[in-house]
Structure formats: C-alpha cells, structure tokens
Design a binder for this molecule. Structure first.
Ligand code: GLU
Length: 417
C-alpha cells in the first residue's frame, strides 16, 4: 500500500501516471520529476517578549518554461521542503491546465501564525521577504497567499521589496488588498472557481444543483467562499468543518451567517449555534452530492475512500487525495474534479492581477468574474474531453493536458547551452 506517501512522492506518482499515458520520454520525465531551484532560509525575528526566534522558510521553483514561477506562500507549523516541492509542482500543472503564462513555484515558513501577534507576523514576513528578495520579481517568481497567509501579508511583502528596490513593485506579488494594487474579485476567486467547476460537472452529469447537498472540509478562504458560491448556485451546505470542529445541519447552514460568525471568532466556526456539532474526522464521510475538501493534503486515503461517495468531488485544497484513493473513488462512480483544475480560480485571478499591475489599468469586478468563468469553463471542457478520449479519470486527464503543454513549450524553446 502507498498510504504513507509524502506530498512530493504523491505528486511524483500522479506525474508518472499521466506521463505514462502520454508516452513521455524518459529524459524529459527526469526533468519534471525534480524541481528547478530550492531555496532554504533561516532567519531571526524579534518576538514581542524581546527574545529572538530563528525561523526556517523555503521558496521552490518547479518549472519556468511557460513563464515566471507562480505560487503562494504558506505559514504553518508542519511546513516541510518536501511539501513545498509538491505544491510547486502542482502549481506548474495548474497554470498549464488553465493556460496562463506562468510556471510553478511555492513558498512556506515553519511557524504557527495563530499563536503569533500581528506585529510578530509582520516582522517575520518582512524578514522572509528580504531573504528571498533576489528570487522574487514580476518576471521571475511571483508569490501569493496560501494557507496561513492573506492579503495583509502580501501588502507587507510588496512594501518590503519595494523599499529595497526604491520603487513600487505592483506586479511582484498577487493577492494584495485592492487598495495596494490588488485585483477586484481575487479574495473569493478560488471558491468561485470551485463552484464554476462544480456547475460544469453537474451539467456534464445531467445533475440539478438546486437543493443538492454539499459538504465542505475547511472554512478558510477556499472553503468558506466555495460554500458561499455553491449556496448561490442553489446547493444546500449541510456540513462544514475547520480545525476547531465540524457542524452539520441537514436543512442547510446559513453560510453568510457562519462567515460573519467566524470573522468575529478568530476565524473559527466552533460555537456557531444554528447547527449541530459533528466529529471533524467524520466530515468527509457525510452522505452528500457535492464534497469539497478545502483544507490540506492527504485527507482522502485508501482507508477512508471506500466510505466517501459524493456524486461530485471538487478538490479545493491542493493534494487532498492520496494516489491510492483515486482508483477507489473511481470504482465508486465519484466524479472527481482534481485540484489542478478545481482550485485554479485563485491563480487565474492572480494572473489577472499581474496583468492589471503591469498595465496600471484596473478592471471591474464583473470583468474579472466574466473572464474567470471563461477560463475555467474552457479548462474544464478541455480536461473532460481528454478524459473521454483517453478513457482516464479527470486527474490523469488534467495532468496530461498540463504536462503536454509544458513539454511542448520546453521543446520549442530547446536546450541551452
Ligand atoms: N495559493 C494559491 C494556490 O495554491 C494561489 C496561488 C497564486 O495565486 O499564485 O493556488
């Protein structure tokens, strides 16, 4: 059994399966089965009690054939280089699936932002930004938010590097607040993208989303906005969870009220009264029509996959399903929308933000949303056509589309020297 694969091993396995289907040459496989660059930094931060603490951070670039490395920065206690490498590889495939001109990168700092003051987080961010400053740039490597980071952190990031460079670097980081050159529609873009994919899948399956029962694991940026947009499509959100616990209400949870509640409760859902409590380990097994894992990696594995049977499984998180769970889900007739397609709404609007920043010309929210819908519907259709043509599931199909685009670009550019 492959139950205990690390994220990087899981990403590699998914890559090899799609590479096999594409008949990709051995030499080229070796190139993509490794990263391009990995940077590890150790740096001190002054804590509020006057002490110095040394933190470790990473920035990894997996591939830059199609454009600058693109990908978020994660602040979490369990960040590892292995995980950041996997997340960077998934970013390469994501950008290629939606056909935006970026490669893949990712960053992370080992820290627990829930146990740090705002001042400590600001100092950590500014120092980490300085440490990786040589790698970052609008044409080289463009960070964004991820688990444990947000628009405010991106504003500090831009400010720090702009001060170093002596000019405002508008396109250096995405996911910034709108007031500092961010894009309208970026905050909810990943969740909106999840819902666009779910709507396309429902159409494909001839399923009515009105009244469909949806379950969302994770209530951070991706989970909460996915729930919000699915509810707007008519789905009934019957269960949600986060690190603090899980809630269930078969009549549907009022997502707007829960978002308000969480924002006043340290971003935690525990204690919300208009739902019953549920063991958070059970969330993925709640019977439903649409399931959105929107937390972290390795949640759906061979041991629990036999009990996870939604009609549609849309991966809001990166890497929530272990490779050994995929055949089980497929045998159970679950329609999978893989992470490299389902959660690309965020990076797609990051691309729009980068374009707007370079031009200094900002779009309306309606424009952003309409363009996002176009990009995602098109990507969904290309991936589902590939799945049908090659008789593979949507993950293999999405990876085939992505790898093929990256490899074609690589071949056109050639090898130098
Ligand atoms: N961290 C997000 C992701 O995993 C967004 C990346 C970006 O916008 O660059 O897709």
């Amino acid at each position: 059994m492959t139950n205990n694969l690390s994220p990087w091993q899981a990403a590699l396995q998914q890559f090899q399966i799609a590479a096999d289907k594409l008949g990709l040459e051995k030499d080229l496989r070796a190139r993509y089965a490794t990263t391009k660059r990995e940077l590890t930094v150790h740096f001190p931060v002054r804590m509020d009690d006057g002490s110095l603490r040394v933190f470790t951070g990473y920035r990894v670039q997996h591939d830059t054939s199609r454009g600058p490395a693109k990908g978020g920065i994660r602040y979490a206690p369990d960040v590892t280089l292995d995980e950041v490498k996997a997340l960077a590889m998934w970013m390469t495939w994501k950008c290629a699936v939606v056909d935006i001109p970026f490669g893949g990168g990712k960053g992370g700092v080992i820290c627990d932002p829930t146990k740090m003051s705002l001042g400590e987080i600001e100092r950590l961010t500014r120092r980490y930004a300085s440490e990786i400053a040589d790698w970052v740039g609008a044409d080289g490597d463009i960070p964004a938010p991820d688990v444990g980071t947000n628009a405010q952190i991106m504003a500090w990031f831009v400010d720090t590097i702009s001060v170093h460079h002596g000019r405002l670097e508008r396109a250096l980081v995405t996911g910034k607040p709108v007031l500092t050159g961010g894009s309208r529609g970026r905050v909810d873009a990943t969740g909106r993208g999840v819902s666009i994919c779910v709507a396309q899948a429902a159409k494909f399956l001839g399923m009515d989303l009105n009244g469909a029962r949806a379950v969302v694991q994770g209530f951070g940026n991706v989970g909460s906005w996915s729930a919000h947009h699915l509810a707007k499509l008519g789905a009934k959100i019957i269960a949600v969870s986060d690190v603090s616990g899980a809630l269930v209400n078969r009549n549907g949870i009022d997502i707007h009220a829960l978002m308000e509640y969480a924002s006043k409760n340290k971003n935690r859902i525990e204690g919300f009264r208009e739902a019953d409590r549920l063991d958070k380990e059970e969330i993925l097994e709640v019977e439903c029509d649409v399931l959105v894992p929107a937390a972290v990696e390795n949640q759906i594995r061979a041991d629990n996959a036999p009990r996870i049977k939604p009609k549609i499984l849309a991966e809001g998180a990166n890497g929530p399903t272990a490779p050994d769970a995929d055949p089980i889900l497929q045998a159970n007739g679950v329609f999978l929308i893989p992470d490299v397609l389902a959660n690309t709404g965020g990076v797609t609007v990051s691309y729009f933000e980068w374009v707007q920043g370079l031009q200094g010309f900002y779009w309306t929210e309606a424009d952003v949303n309409a363009r996002l819908t176009d990009v995602m519907v098109n990507a969904f259709d290309v991936v589902s056509a590939t799945a049908q043509k090659h008789h593979v599931d949507m993950r293999v199909a999405a990876n085939m589309v992505a790898i093929d685009r990256v490899v074609q670009t690589h071949k056109l550019r050639g090898l130098y020297p």
